[in-house]
Design a protein around this ligand. Structure first.
Ligand SMILES: [Zn+2]
Length: 201
């Protein structure tokens, strides 16, 4: 029985995490897990990009799948720039959704993700309103709160990171629509995507 259970767990690990796996500072993904970009997520991203284009919007991918090693580089680079605040917008290696192969950072071509250029603003508004139709969610949505600075644009609140309209994650249409209907994008609610995820394995 124990062998069957171990085998089951090993198989589960080898197949990889489900689309709704929870990844945060507490629950990580194993260092060896490096699936590359998920094919379903890549196809859905293509559809999302094409739909945006129909609305006159351009969508470029600035970051997709990251290996454990690459995430370590990203974290170290951000640490150099923001030693006191790095954990509010960069995940430690082993704890980034990018390591799943289903998360992407998007922006208007030529603009950095955090640019408030109106083209980015229009793109992100459209993404928030439509991404669920293609199976995507915004992992760290805008949330307002009582204390200064009254929202999570510059300071993490309610989730581990600041508001990241550029960071989208593929979870499949069904779950994305469920989250959308639950109001996870409503700044006044405490509903977060993480409420819908499960730890792995
Ligand atoms: Zn990201």
């Amino acid at each position: 029985m124990r062998i069957v259970l171990s085998l089951y767990l090993v198989l589960k690990l080898l197949i990889g995490p489900p689309l709704d796996v929870l990844v945060d500072s507490q629950r990580g993904i194993p260092e060896w897990y490096a699936p590359g970009v998920d094919t379903h997520a890549a196809r859905a991203l293509g559809e999302l990009t094409a739909a945006a284009e129909m609305e006159g919007l351009k969508l470029a991918v600035l970051s997709g799948f990251r290996s454990f090693e690459y995430q370590a580089e990203v974290y170290a680079r951000e640490m150099q720039k923001w030693p006191d605040r790095v954990d509010e917008f960069a995940a430690r290696p082993g704890h980034s959704e990018h390591q799943l192969g289903t998360a992407f950072d998007v922006a208007w071509p030529g603009l950095p993700v955090n640019s408030l250029d109106p083209r980015n603003v229009r793109l992100f508004e459209w993404v928030e309103a439509n991404a669920h139709e293609y199976g995507f969610v915004v992992s760290y949505p805008l949330k307002t709160h009582e204390e200064w600075p009254y929202n999570n644009r510059w300071k993490a609140h309610g989730s581990e990171f600041i508001y990241e309209p550029w960071h989208i994650r593929y979870v499949g249409r069904e779950l994305a629509s469920e989250m959308f209907a639950a109001g996870y994008l409503d700044p006044g609610t405490g509903v977060q995507p993480r409420d819908f995820y499960r730890a792995w394995p």
